[in-house]
Every structure is written in C-alpha cells, then in structure tokens.
Design a protein. Structure first.
Lengths: 265, 799
C-alpha cells in the first residue's frame, strides 16, 4: 500500500490529532465568541416593523415578494423569515441611527445569508462551472431582487421579469437580435443553461444531444429504419454518432444566426 | 425651468419654513419652565451620561441616515444647527431649548420619542440632558461612531500543481506558481461632520484580478463614486475523449483566458427635498480567448469519426453605457426614472474543422470572423403610491430601441494555412432593429390583518427586423462560378405578450403562512422570414416563411410555512409550470420539408415539489433539511416529411426528473467553536426519443457535494480555520461503440487549514495551507491534478 494513494485518511487523521491537541492545550478561560452568520455581536432581533420606519420604500413592496410568502411575524422560530433573517439582528443598527453596513449584514457582500436557506443552490455553485458568486465577483442580487415582486429579475424596472433581461445585462452577444433566431430563446436561457452552476462547460444542463432532442425529436416514419434518427428531413444518425449537434462545424450559431436558417454559422 | 432653479426653490423652502420657525419660537416662549424636571446637579460626562440616552431613544430616527425633520443627534455641530423646526439646543440654556421641551413632552404633537417609537425619558434622564445643555453641551470628538478606518492586507501565494495545470486554473480560478497582491484594502475617512471618503479594493497581479471602489459623499449634497473591476476566467484547452482512439484527449497547447470587467463613474445629487439623481458612465469589456464546445472532427467520414478536437475563439467585446437615474418622493408618490444608452461593439474569430461529411479532403479549417455593433437605448419610468394603509399601487412604462449591424467573413484554409476549396461566405451589411414598449400595473392589497393580495399586469409589444445580403461563395476558388450572387435575407418578428400575476398570503392560522401564486403569459408572434438565393453545400435554398406563433404559459405555486414551536419551522410548496406553444406555418416552396418552419407545437410541462425543515434542537445547533423533486415532460409536434420519413404528429420528445436532497448543520457547541456543514445529493435523468439509436443514451447520473468549515478561537489572539469541499459527478455513458460518451465523471476535493494570529490590536497574520485534488476518469485522466498551495496574508488595521 502506497501512502500517496490513501492521502485523504492520513490527512483527516493528522488534522484530527492536531485539532484535539489544540483543544487540550487551549486556555479554557478564553472569553471570545465565534459568531455564526448572520449574527451581529450584541444585537437582538427587532422585527420587521422597526425596519419599515426607515426603509419604507423596500418594506412596502416586500409583502409581494417571493421571500414574503413564507414570512410570519408570529413564527415561534425567531428571525427565520423576515428582514433580519438575511440582514442579521438589527437592534444595534437601529441604536446607531442606521447607515450602510453599520451593524448590519449586506448579503450583496456576503452571500452566506442566502445560502442558509438555498442549500441546493449553494451546492450548485460548488460545481466546476458556475457564475463567480462564491468568489465575490458577482452577487445574488444582480440577478434576483430579494425584496421585489418578481425574484426572477434584478431590482428596478418594471414589476415583472422580461424575457432573458437578467442574462442580457452581461451576455449581450447571445441575447441580441438575429435574422434567424433560435426559437428556444423564447423559453428562456434556463431551458439549456443552469445559471447557478453545472458540471458541464457553459453551464449546460445536458452535455450531449439529449439537450437538443428534448425539443427536436420527431415521429419517425415507415421509411426510417430502427436506430435511425431523422430531424426535419435530414438523416442525423451519422452526425449524432460523432458527438453533439453543435460540434464539428454544424449548428454552431446556437443562439441565432445572421446568415443561415439552420444555425450553421 | 424657472420652478426648478435653486434660487427659486430656496425661496420656496424659506417661505415654507418661516411660519414653522415662528411657531417654534412662540411655543418655546410659552413653555412654563417650572414644569421641567430640574437639571442634574452633577458634572455631566457625555460618554457616560448622555450618549446612552441618545443611542437608546433618539438615534433610531435622528441618526446620520435620513434623519427625521433633518435633525441629527450624532454630532455636536449638527445637533446645535437644528433641523426643519429651527434651533433645538441652546447651549447654556436648557430651559429655553425646544429639545428639552420635546423630551419633557410639554409640546403637543412633538413628544419625543413619539408614541410607539420608544419609552418616554425618565425625569432623571431629562435632568441629565438639561445639565448637559446648561454645561455648554460638551461633546467629545469621538462621537458619532468613529468612521475612520484603514485596512491593508498584502498577500503572498505559492501553488504547485502536479498534473493538468490548465484544468486546475479553470476549476480553481487561480494560476499556479508565485502570486502577490493585496487581499483587502479599505479606507474610510470622515472629513468633517458631513463628508466621507471611502475606498476599498483588492488585487492579485498574477490572476489579473483587480477591484477598486472609490466614493466621496457629502450629506445632503451628493456623491461621486467610481471604480475599476476585472477578473480573469481560465479555460482548459482540451477537447473530448474517445477511449477506442487510445490516446487521451488532445489539447490546443494554448493558455486560454478571458478578462472581464468594468470601469465606471457616477455623479449623484442628494439635495434635501430635491429628486435624488445619478448620472453615470460605465465601460464593460470582455477580452481574450475562451474554449468552446464546437469540437472538431477526428476521423473524417469514417464510421469511427468522433468530434473531439478542442476548439477556441477569440473575443473582443466593448460596451459603453451612459445612464441617468432619478428617484423622487412627491405628494405621496414615489417616482423612479431610469434611462440608459449602450454602445456595443463585438469582434470574434474562431476556427472550425471543415465539415467532413460534405466537403472532400484535404482537412482544414473554416475560419470565421464576425463583427457586431449596436446602440440600444432604454427608458423606464415607474410610479408607486401607498394609497392608504392597505393599498399599494405601482405602474411603469418601458421603451427600448435597438439599432445594430453585423458582419461576417469566412475563409477555408488547409492545414498549412493556404486557401483551399470550401466555404467563403461573406456579408458586411446585416442590419438589425428592435423596438419595445411595455407597461406594468401592479397592486398590493391588505384588506384585513393576516391577508395580503398582489396583482399585476404587464403587456409588451416588440417589433424586430433584420435584413442582410450574404454571398454564399462555396467550392473551388479557381472555378469561374465560384463567386455566388448575393442572397438576400430578411426577417420580421412582431411580438405581443401579456403577463398577469396574482398571489395571496394568509397568516390567520396560528404560526402558519399559507400562500398561493399564479402567473399567466400569452404570447403571439408574427414571424416572417425570406431568403432569395440559394446556399447549396449546407442546404439553405431560398424560401419564404410566415408563421403565427402562440404560446400560453401558466405557472402555479401553493404552499405553506409553519413554525409552531420555538425550535422548528417547516415549509413546503408545489409548483406547476406549463408552456404550450403552437406554430401555424406557411412556407414556400411548400415541398421544402424540414427546418425552418417544421415544428408545429411544443408543450413543456414541469412539476416541482420542495419541502424544508429547520430544526433548532438547542441554541447551539441549527439544522436544515430540504428535498426537491422536479419532473418535466417535453412534447413536440412536427410536420409530416415524405417519403415516409415522418407522418408528422406529436411525440413525447423527452422526460426529465431530478431529486435533490440537501442538509445543513450549523453548530456552536461552545462559543469559541463554529462548525458548519452542507451536504447535497442529486440524481437526475434525461431521456429523449431516439428511435432506439445507440448513439444517444440517457443522460443520467448523480452529484454529491459537501461544503464544510470550522473556526475555533484558541485564545484571545489566535483562531484556527479549516474547510473541506467535495463534489463528485457520476454521469458515465455506455455508448462508446456507437456514439461519443459525453457524460462527465469526476471527483474533486479541496481542503484548507489555516491560522490567524493577532500580533497586536492592529496587526494580524493569516497562514493557510490548501490541497486541491481532481480526478476525471471520463477524460482518460488527462485532466487530473493534485495541487498544494500556501497562502500568507498580513492584515494591518487602523484604528
């Protein structure tokens, strides 16, 4: 048995022994506290009504938001669904007279608050291809309005999301008009991409011809042999053997083409 | 114009405020000072005696942010200056200071704190405030909260990679080797009582990761903010892997990366009683080379050919944006206006391996250069009003116009880079236009306590048109018929879309919220496409198409959230989403089968269920468990294709389902230890109609994820941190004989151990060791790596 083939158990064992040693040797009278986000040192929950006194523009639209649908002032589990569940307990922020970042959490800067509840989304951001949210280069609020009436749009603008507008603010190349559009765009970018993260490049939801056949399958007729695939009037059997629909110079202009109705270029 | 001039406005404000000032003076004069509590007979110390009163009872309304009546109590100068009601504190004379009259509740409708905003001050507290004013209202410079601060954290990093360095860069977002930079930089400087400068940023030179934000703001005047931001995205340059070929996937032997970023500057105006305005300029860019999935062919026309050769393209994208935003509250109306104009320019270049099924050898590439530019203007205006306690209304209008052009130039080259027979398409005059009008009306009603209803309606009209001439020159350059006459392309889209939304929330059941939501969309598109002139090699003969497209989309969701005990919360919802599309196609020539205008209908039907249980069995332990199931069915209807290729009709094109199980536990078993762990498992499966073709097999597999961290405070100056992340994807496919397995199979570990030591109150160090390990059998092991990294950061903090 080579040690390098079993590095993980050794690593865990070494770390465990180290941690145990540190625990034993550390002074038991230390007074410091390690806080679990989004806790704020010395602060207590004040309730949504206190927030509304200064943040009326936000709080008056909040009842129509996706986050309000589970919000309950009388919930027994305190601080689970209101303003302070994401921004942290607000008593010290109020005592200080408010202010941006003054004893208050801003989930735009630290997305830990979002991931307390959205566990499956946090896991998606850990996959190999993801938008750089956990790297703090973009944040959840750039695509989702946490207080507004439609979670599928960023803040501002009209009340409801418009098709692909959230993606278009960065991905102009893919969402601009084309002479021949790919009609899948009418279903929205998420019909092919998982914007949080995927194991596949380009955050594709599937990495093979299944992605396209979800919409482009057709009833095969009597003149088509078993195991043959026709799409439109063209026999695609040999093409599909080779790989995906968008590889080898085939349907490469997948978001739309200005020259070819079949998205070749 | 005249009304909005500052002079006129100032005179209006003075005119408006004068009676107030007069009243205050009169009220002050009429106060019976004998009703005031006596001043405390001690030497008042601000920090000990006064500051706690302000913090507990005053600052929630009279702090630096949006102070009520424009009266601030967070610094001496502002406090003595007074607010909209004039001077409130007269140093040396508490009996005549309106501030004391208000807190003593001697002035009707001016009792401070107002009812419901805090407990009235005690006689002792009022006595202290009187004594403080009588003793000249002394106020140390250290209050308000000292906002001066400086953080500077230089960092040093070393990473060694064994294995595929490019895959490491793509997955971890870092370059191997030495790297230096500034992990965090921030500066906050309070300049006087009403001016603040702040700067923050970071930089890592080797990763070309830069971030700098600057802001200078003056209370009640405005701000200037600006910044620069850039990050680098690395790409692995390897292609696909086909085991029978024996060799692992090939690569381009190129260091691929794309730099993305933006620069911006904003000028903001925040004058009292004026609209809040921001005028800004922004420049966004993407520049570099990215790998693509348009992999090239290996094997030519043989039955063993597979598309696995790696591909990349270069991108140079620049966008200039000018924007203006205005926010104003006037007569109970809240107005938001946003206008922006974008100037977009894009250049791309890519090489595709020649299509071997239609072009004869020799092998080569089709080199495609594309350009695109547009100007897009967009204006949105939105009005909101809280009509009464239970009605909130909003409405908006959006206008957008897009004017753009595009070009493409294509040449076919052989392996030596010499022109060779193939595709030579060319176009430099493609014109694209789009115009959109959209309205929005929404309301929130709370007719009784515990019941809230939201309603919304949003119609949208879009007209889009495209026009261009393309030369489909194809074949041998030496052939006299090589140069094709230009084909003319034209398309029009006229879209009408209506969206309606309704939601209701009911909270009258004890500790429980019930909610239901619905959204409907009806879309109609009149589509016209016309091509005059043929393209022969890839089969795009001239055609005329008119399609009436309709789409009905419904989205229903209902569920509940309950928290009957202090230690438990449970929620669940069910969601149904159906998208039903119909295409009424007219096409010439009518015997032209296949795309475009081939699909007649499509239905995408999705059901989703999610439950969540939050348990807090002890104050030091919080657990969250979630389960989500998503199932989607795709149906497609197509035209018949003769002879006997397809009778047309509807087919269940695909089925998809996924189950996602997640759990999180956050523990603070004792207050010096914080542990957090998230585990997620998902299984997903997509099966499409493929007529038993062995090339296309179900796309199915499992993904496991673990994200965990621990922080332990060893003593007053030392913290230990550890993190462990893990993900495993198992999407193997068994179509190696008749197809190309494209499902990924990998295991990825990331472990870090670190310690933070505070050397002095202003100086701390952090040292971390990291291990990264990635194993990807589905690429034949060519993407595997193991990496070790050491990170050291010194953080200087002041104060």
């Amino acid at each position: 048995m080579r040690v390098r083939d079993h590095w993980l158990p050794w690593l865990v064992l070494t770390a465990g022994v180290g941690i145990f040693g540190v625990l034993l040797s550390s002074c038991s009278t230390v007074e410091r506290t390690v806080l679990a986000p989004p806790e704020i040192p010395g602060a207590t929950y004040a309730g949504n009504k206190s927030c509304a006194e200064c943040h009326a523009n936000i709080s008056r639209q909040f009842p129509g938001s996706a986050h309000a649908r589970v919000h309950l002032e009388t919930a027994k589990l305190a601080g689970g669904t209101g303003c302070e569940s994401c921004h942290g307990p607000g008593s010290r922020h109020i005592e200080a007279g408010g202010g941006r970042g003054v004893f208050i959490n801003n989930p735009r800067k630290d997305t830990a608050a979002c991931f307390q509840c959205h566990l499956e989304t946090r896991a998606e951001f850990n996959l190999t291809h993801h938008h750089p949210v956990i790297e703090n280069r973009i944040n959840c609020a750039q695509c989702h309005d946490p207080h507004g009436s439609d979670i599928f749009k960023s803040a501002g603008g009209l009340a409801m999301a418009r098709l692909n507008e959230g993606c278009a603010s960065c991905h102009r190349e893919q969402t601009r008009p084309f002479i021949f559009e790919h009609e899948a765009m009418r279903e929205g970018c998420t019909v092919c991409h998982n914007p949080h993260g995927s194991i596949n490049r380009k955050m594709l939801v599937e990495n093979d011809p299944n992605l396209c056949l979800k919409c482009h399958a057709q009833v095969q007729g009597m003149g088509v042999g078993r195991q043959q695939i026709y799409i439109g009037h063209a026999d695609h059997t040999a093409f599909l053997r080779q790989g995906t629909c968008w590889s080898a110079g085939c349907h490469t202009a997948i978001h739309g083409s200005n020259v070819h109705p079949r998205m070749f270029y | 114009m005249k009304l909005s001039s500052p002079i006129h406005r100032a005179s209006r404000i003075t005119h408006f405020c004068f009676p107030f000032l007069f009243c205050v003076v009169v009220v002050a004069a009429e106060i019976d000072a004998t009703k005031l509590p006596s001043p405390a007979k001690i030497k008042v110390e601000f920090d000990r005696d006064i500051k706690p009163i302000f913090e507990k009872s005053c600052l929630r309304c009279h702090g630096p942010e949006k102070p009520k009546s424009r009266f601030r109590l967070d610094n001496r100068a502002s406090a003595l200056k007074g607010g909209e009601n004039g001077i409130d504190i007269i140093p040396g004379n508490s009996a005549k200071s309106p501030f004391i009259h208000y807190v003593a509740r001697l002035v009707e409708d001016m009792e401070m704190p107002p009812p419901g905003k805090g407990d009235p001050l005690t006689l002792e507290q009022i006595g202290l405030l009187r004594a403080w004013i009588d003793q000249d209202a002394n106020w140390p410079d250290t209050f308000p909260l000292d906002e001066r601060g400086f953080v500077f954290a230089p960092t040093l990093r070393w990473i060694h990679v064994q294995g595929d360095e490019k895959k490491f860069r793509e997955n971890e977002g870092m370059h191997e080797g030495w790297a230096t930079g500034i992990e965090q930089f921030s500066l906050t400087e309070q300049v006087g009582t009403d001016r603040k400068f702040s700067a923050e940023g970071r930089t890592l030179f080797q990763d070309h990761d830069y971030q700098l934000y600057l802001k200078l703001e003056k209370t009640d005047v405005g701000f200037i903010s600006g910044g620069v931001e850039q990050w680098r995205t690395y790409y692995d340059d390897s292609g696909g892997y086909y085991r029978p070929f024996g060799n692992p996937s090939s690569d381009l032997d190129r260091n691929l990366f794309l730099d993305s970023g933006q620069m911006w500057i904003n000028f903001g105006l925040s004058l009292p009683n004026w609209p809040q305005m921001v005028l800004g300029y922004e420049y966004q860019f993407k520049n570099g080379n990215e790998s693509t999935l348009e992999w090239g062919n290996l094997g030519g026309t043989s039955a063993f050919a597979r598309n696995i050769l790696p591909a990349a393209r270069s991108i140079d994208e620049r966008t200039h944006i000018v924007k203006f935003e205005l926010v104003h509250d006037i007569y109970d109306w809240h107005l938001e206006e946003s206008a922006r104009v974008e100037f977009f320019n894009l250049r791309t270049e890519r090489d595709d391996v020649k299509n071997p099924l239609t072009l004869p050898p020799p092998e080569g590439v089709v080199q495609t250069r594309e350009g695109s530019g547009h100007v897009e203007g967009q204006n949105t205006v939105r009005l909101e009003r809280q009509v009464n306690d239970w009605v909130f209304l909003s409405g908006g209008y959006l206008y957008s116009r897009f004017d753009g052009d595009a070009s493409m130039q294509q040449v076919t080259l052989d392996q030596t880079g010499v022109l060779t027979p193939g595709l030579f398409w060319f176009s430099d005059d493609i014109v694209l236009k789009r115009e959109t009008h959209s309205f929005s009306v929404a309301g929130q009603l709370m007719p009784e306590e515990g019941l809230s209803v939201s309603l919304g309606l949003q119609p949208e009209w879009t007209h889009q048109e495209g026009f261009g001439n393309v030369q489909f020159s194809e074949g041998d350059l030496s052939d006299p018929s090589f140069l094709a006459p230009p084909a003319t392309l034209r398309s029009d889209l006229d879209t009408q879309k209506f969206s309606e939304q309704f939601s209701v929330r009911y909270t009258k059941f004890p500790w429980t919220v019930l909610f239901a939501e619905a959204r409907w969309e009806q879309e109609q598109i009149g589509q016209f496409e016309h091509q005059v002139g043929d393209e022969t090699i890839l089969s795009a003969a001239g055609f005329l198409r008119r399609t009436d497209f309709t789409n009905d989309r419904t989205d229903y969701r209902f569920g509940f959230n309950t928290s009957p005990w202090r230690r438990l919360s449970f929620s669940a919802y069910y969601k149904s989403r159906v998208s039903n599309s119909g295409y009424d196609n007219f096409k010439l020539p009518s015997n032209s089968e296949g795309y475009s205008a081939f699909i007649r209908g499509r239905r995408i039907d999705t059901d989703e269920l999610q439950t969540k249980l939050v348990l807090r069995p002890a104050d030091w332990l919080k657990t969250t468990l979630t389960y989500q199931r998503v199932a989607t069915e795709y149906e497609t209807a197509t035209d018949p294709v003769s002879p006997d290729i397809s009778p047309g009709g509807t087919i269940v094109a695909a089925n998809y389902y996924a189950n996602v199980y997640s759990a999180n536990a956050t523990l603070t078993p004792f207050r010096r230890l914080y542990l957090s762990a998230t585990f997620s498992y998902s299984d997903a499966r997509t099966v499409t109609a493929q007529n038993d073709n062995p090339s296309v097999v179900p796309y199915k597999g499992d993904i496991y994820t673990i994200i965990s961290s621990a922080t332990f405070a060893v003593n007053e100056s030392t913290d230990l941190q550890a993190t462990y992340t893990f993900s495993r994807a198992k999407f193997d496919q068994n179509n190696v004989v008749e197809g190309l397995p494209l499902g990924l199979n990998y295991v990825r570990h990331g472990v870090t151990f670190g310690a933070t030591k505070r050397l002095t109150p202003n100086l701390s160090t952090n040292l971390r060791y990291a291990l990264y390990q990635y194993d990807e059998p589905s690429s034949g092991g060519v993407n595997n790596y193991t990496a070790h990294g050491v990170f050291a950061t010194l953080t200087m903090r002041w104060p």
